[in-house]
Design a protein around this ligand. Structure first.
Ligand SMILES: NC(=O)N[C@@H](CC(=O)O)C(=O)O
Ligand SMILES: [Zn+2]
Ligand SMILES: [Zn+2]
Length: 344
């Protein structure tokens, strides 16, 4: 038998599933690999109430193939006007596990996001009391700040003051992309965690321009320099429990990506754990993959670890050039490339 590893079934702590007819094409990829996933609320319109989150979860569950177990963990989209009462309702629903903070205008479908974090401090204090984590898209939107510096500026302008002002709030710094973010997490107490995507572990910003402008390598936060990628690989493979798996798999139709104003987001759900296995293998760190993918996130959220196992084989396979996406098509991360690990 070829080389293989058995690990506890992983969870994806940052995922976009979209809605309506595309759920059928998208949900199975995640359900085949992961036990649970934290589902982002940036639909159009956004998921701002517990009631909407519960209904969205039902639609997702209908798209889970028969015989598969998959538990979508729901989130609420924080706006300037989220009532404190909604946080209590979210907690009581039992299915909403976190609240998502998008700075207004920072990323895909973030127009209803928060205009100034201080405005929502009263709601964040309730969140802290309920013990629910705040998930942050950590980029400033100030047009004077360079695209590549927006995460580092967010740390200074928003995250450090927030950590200081509400000391009991649990925060997940989502899809971190810089050495500065890695260092912040390492030097902050346990209540700050971070997710890391496959694309930010696999590629640096050269990938956006290699052989011509490639819209499929555009996501937010945008890919960074090689030194930052290396810092992320070190963090992910280090065994430090504050770093955990979150794909940020974010499907957009080919037509929306290959456009004069292409959307931000990469789709990785079709081969998510396989991408991470490749990164950990290349770093000589397969021994820490299970903790990063299957333990740290659950521990941070205070949820039980999964009991089931999955097996990954070191057998090359080719990623399809395209996938179905409702009436359109989707270009997946690694389209046409050969990956070294596969799920059986
Ligand atoms: N990551 C992205 O580039 N896009 C995400 C939004 C997000 O996570 O910021 C999306 O919803 O398309
Ligand atoms: Zn984001
Ligand atoms: Zn995202």
């Amino acid at each position: 038998m070829s080389e293989h590893i058995v690990i506890t079934r992983p969870d994806d702590w940052h995922l976009h599933l979209r809605d309506a007819e595309v759920l059928q094409d998208i949900v199975p990829h995640t359900a085949e690999r992961f036990g649970r996933a934290v589902v982002m609320p940036n639909l159009k319109p956004p998921v701002t109430t517990a009631e909407q989150a519960v209904a969205y979860r039902e639609r997702i569950l209908k798209a889970v193939p028969a015989g598969m177990k998959f538990d979508p963990l729901m989130t609420l989209y924080l706006t300037d006007n989220t009532p404190g009462e909604e946080i209590h309702k979210a907690k009581e629903s039992g299915v909403v596990k976190a609240v998502k903070y998008y700075p207004a205008g920072a990323t895909t479908n973030s127009d209803s996001g928060v205009t100034d974090i201080r405005r929502v401090y009263p709601v964040l204090k309730i969140l802290a009391r309920e013990g629910m984590p705040l998930l942050v898209h950590g980029e400033v939107t100030d047009p004077k700040v360079d695209m590549f510096d927006r995460e580092a500026a967010f740390i200074e302008r928003v995250l450090l003051p927030l950590l200081n002002d509400i000391p009991s709030l649990k925060i997940v710094f989502e899809h971190i992309t810089t050495r500065e973010a890695v260092e912040l997490v390492k030097r902050t107490p346990e209540r700050l965690g971070a997710t890391i995507t496959p694309q930010h572990l696999l590629m640096n910003r050269n990938a956006i321009f290699q052989g011509g402008l490639n819209p499929h390598h555009y996501c937010l936060p945008v890919l960074k320099r090689e030194e930052h990628r290396q810092a992320l690989v070190e963090a992910a493979t280090s065994g430090d429990p504050r770093f955990f798996l979150g794909t940020d798999s974010a499907p957009h139709a080919r037509s929306a990506k290959e456009s004069s104003c292409g959307c931000a987001g990469m789709y990785s759900a079709h081969a998510a754990i396989e991408f991470y296995a490749q990164v950990f293998d290349e770093a000589g760190a397969m021994n820490t993959l299970e903790a990063f993918a299957s333990f740290h996130g659950a521990d941070f959220y205070g949820l039980p670890r999964n009991q089931e196992k999955i097996t990954l084989f070191k057998e090359p396979w080719q990623v399809p050039e395209k996938l179905r996406f409702g009436g359109g098509e989707l270009v997946p991360l690694g389209a046409g490339q050969v990956l070294s690990w596969q799920l059986k």
